[in-house]
Design a protein around this ligand. Structure first.
Ligand code: UTP
Length: 274
């Protein structure tokens, strides 16, 4: 059974400067809730209640968010405002939180490898909280959908979605053989391809389930573009052994790491509310 979920939150969030100069982009709120809380809720709903953060400099607000705030809580105790903290309090009670620091920003693959010391030798989920995944009330969250598949197949799984050809250069892109209508066995993967070199328009989004052998693979991978260690390169090695599935999830994903996506998510959630 999957128990742990890794949140790499060490990135600089340069697309959102100056807002992210002193504040983690994962603390940007969609309505009244920070992105990271949406992600942790999704993990907890999937039964992954050991939350592991790979943080970096300037990310202290995330640790504070998942802790009690005595002064604030006692000052609003007994007032109507207390209600607003119910959700986060419940999450804090339900989950455990571990932190480790990525000292140099050497890419997502390197951030995941840094998480090894808190994840240990077991399979784990990965959520990139700036990819907000929303599902309808009666639907499982995306990590929950993937955890159910993991129970069945027991191998690494990436969440994918179709993107327009002119967007493939922003993503890891897969090629695969269909297993069911929403599941493929990955045969190839390319990180940020030009449209003419993309093996398909199926892009990997910020949800993964990884088996722990990924750590050894990551350790042996040389840094690629911009000195970064790419998770796609490590997953390709697993895929070559036939051990990676790609899953077309049910739900809506919005990239909130860009101003455009952030505004879209805000409007979408506001409309859903009313
Ligand atoms: P992004 O590619 O979105 O990078 O990273 P970023 O730095 O967060 O944002 P931009 O592009 O500069 O605006 C994808 C995920 O990987 C994490 C980020 O925190 C984000 O969740 N990451 C990336 C790390 O934890 N460490 C890294 O070295 C790189």
């Amino acid at each position: 059974m999957l128990k742990k979920c890794l949140f790499p939150v060490a990135g600089y969030g340069t697309r959102f400067l100056p807002a992210t100069k002193a504040m983690p982009k994962e603390m940007l709120p969609i309505l009244d809730k920070p992105l990271i809380q949406y992600g942790v809720e999704e993990a907890a709903d999937a039964g992954l209640s050991n939350i592991c953060f790979v943080t970096g400099r300037g990310k202290r607000a995330i640790e504070d968010h998942f802790d009690v705030s005595f002064e604030l809580e006692s000052s609003i105790a007994g007032t109507g405002k207390e209600e607003a903290l119910q959700g986060i309090r419940g999450l804090i009670d339900q989950c455990s939180f571990s932190y480790t620091r990525q000292r140099q920003m050497l890419g997502l693959g390197h951030a995941i490898l840094t998480g090894k010391r808190i994840v240990g030798d077991e399979p784990f989920g990965v959520i990139l909280a700036d990819d907000l995944c929303l599902t309808s009330e009666d639907e499982q969250g995306v990590m929950g959908q993937m955890a159910a598949l993991y129970e069945q197949y027991g191998c690494s799984i990436v969440a994918i979605e179709e993107v327009p050809a002119d967007q493939v250069h922003r993503y890891g892109v897969i090629a695969g053989e269909p297993i069911t209508k929403d599941l493929l066995k990955v045969t190839d993967m390319v990180e940020k391809p030009e449209p003419e070199h993309a093996p398909s328009n199926l892009a990997i989004i910020g949800r993964y389930i990884l088996t722990p052998d990924i750590f050894d693979i990551l350790q042996g991978i040389p840094a690629g573009r911009n000195g970064e260690v790419q998770i796609t390169d490590a997953l390709l090695q697993q895929a070559q052994q036939g051990k990676v599935l790609a899953y077309k999830f049910r739900g809506r994903r919005i990239d909130c790491g860009s101003v455009e996506g952030f505004v879209e998510a805000t409007n979408y959630c506001f409309q859903r509310m009313g």
